[in-house]
Design a binder for this molecule. Structure first.
Ligand SMILES: [Zn+2]
Length: 287
């Protein structure tokens, strides 16, 4: 432990530290992941759209509830920064912090991507992940994190004293502005903390600082999501490439990412319902 301490530990410090960890949320009370239903649905898919996200840029696209979308590695190892919105209401967007608290720091098959308050519902479910073999490596790192935020020009300016315009934050802003015909300023406020698709990250053991390492993703790998509600999706191909060395500059080798949208047979979705908004009264103790 290298966290500097200025206070002498109390006599019972060891006993206090021995308090057993308790999972913060009883996730078994969440709606369970119905693997049979999703597997039945994904068994017979027709591709309805395909697009390419160019390196150091982003694309936005819609995915109807009940459809699947895949983010596919092509050409070379590349990390993607993912944003999700309710296609009909940009105020409902992906909530990476709550998703992390409910599931884990890194996501894979069976995990949901939850939306912000007051709706707090699954926006998407991860239904396949060809990198699920990776698990936790010897550095404590995993793939597809919800602990990072996104590379952005503001932090970059603070740290390096220069402007860079192809950070994921700016890429997502431009993509949303273009897709929804919004002024840049208006689009920017809707961009939010991402899911870092294919990114390999963790916290250092000694100082618990956020680190990244070269992504294990290779061409052909993909992660697949089921849209639980009508989605507007934006994906940035991070200027960090595989994020093995740097980001927020033009030095890393970068590759495109492919998006595929697939429709299942309608009958395969029997028994599935788009999740309703959270039913909390929103009275906050006032009545
Ligand atoms: Zn990035």
């Amino acid at each position: 432990m290298t966290k500097p301490a200025h206070t002498a530990p109390p006599p019972d410090a060891a006993a206090r530290r021995r308090a057993p960890p308790v999972l913060t949320y009883s996730v078994e009370q969440l709606p369970s992941f119905d693997a049979a239903l999703y597997n039945r649905a994904r068994a017979e898919l027709s591709k309805v759209a395909e697009l390419t996200v160019p390196p150091r840029d982003a694309k936005a696209f819609e995915v109807a509830a009940g459809h699947f979308f895949r983010i596919v590695s092509v050409e070379g190892p590349q990390v993607g920064d993912l944003n999700l919105w309710n296609a009909h209401d940009l105020a409902e967007r992906f909530y990476s912090g709550k998703t992390r608290a409910l599931h884990a720091t890194h996501l894979s098959t069976g995990n949901r991507l939850w939306s912000t308050f007051p709706t707090l519902r699954p926006m998407a479910t991860i239904t396949h992940d060809t990198l699920d073999w990776y698990g936790w490596d010897e550095d404590g790192a995993g793939v597809h994190d919800v602990i990072g935020t996104r590379c952005d020009p503001y932090t970059n300016l603070l740290l390096k004293g220069m402007e860079y315009h192809h950070c994921c934050h700016s890429n997502l802003t431009r993509a949303l502005a273009a897709e929804r015909n919004l002024p840049l300023d208006e689009a920017e406020v809707h961009v939010h903390d991402v899911m870092n698709v294919f990114m390999c990250t963790g916290y250092t053991r000694d100082t618990h600082q956020y680190f990244m390492k070269a992504s294990p993703v290779r061409p052909g790998d993909f992660i697949e999501f089921f849209a639980e509600i009508d989605l507007l999706v934006a994906l940035s191909a991070c200027p960090g490439g595989d994020c093995g060395a740097s980001h927020s500059d033009d030095t890393a080798k970068c590759y495109p990412l492919k998006i595929e949208v697939h429709r299942p047979r309608e009958s395969a979705l029997v028994g599935w319902q788009s999740p309703p908004p959270n039913k909390y009264s929103r009275s906050h103790g006032t009545r």
